[in-house]
Ligand binder design. Sequence first.
Ligand code: PGA
Length: 251
Amino acid sequence: MRRTVIAGNWKMNMTPKATRAFITELAPMVAGLDKCDIVLCVPYVDIATAVEAAAGTNIHIGAENVHFEKSGAFTGEISAEMLTEIGTEYVVIGHSERRTYFGETDATVNLRTKAALAAGLKVILCLGEVKEERLSGITNEIVAMQTKLDLAGISAEELKNVIIAYEPVWAIGTGLTATPEQADETCGVIRSVIAELYGAAAAEEITIQYGGSMNDANAAELLSKPNVDGGLIGGASLKTDKFTTIVKAAN
Ligand code: PGA
């Protein structure tokens, strides 16, 4: 059975001090809610504090990006080994904000995913269509193409450490959520592409999250859909009570 994963994506929010306070408050609220994996993906400078504050709890810590080279002249970048050495377990790759504002492409997403997997990180691979693509009726083709390009050259064994986050770009940070039916249908399309690439068993096993304005009010309905195996949550992951409600819905 595939795992449900509820992951927060803090984006460029929270200082190390705020991180410690947040996790100290959250830990008892989500203690024992073990029917899903709980992850907080936080800014690089918050990771060490987050790992320390989350030690001995059921909260796992992730980064929001990683570079694809092991080391070298890449000013401002962070390698996978730097992340694993400080206790990072997960990393978000290919978020639409990276693709839109920082020139991320399917080719670089693929390279970053390979580097992260080689270092032993679990990858939360983000993909999804923009509004014009949904309105043009090409959502299925877009997510199929992204799935194939982003996972090119990744083995079935490596895929076990990949979570896919289906995030319709028009729903991120906008308050517009895909309907549960839209989320289920498109996560199902991604699952069928995984079946085509890796076989039916791999498709059954892979965790596919929905992301895009998931919150404490709509999570239960979205998570009740058979193809939605969790959530990648931005805004609502910055409040311990809202995030806990989502974790409870997943449980
Ligand atoms: P949101 O962000 O929940 O604030 O829409 C989701 C995401 O960007 O992963």
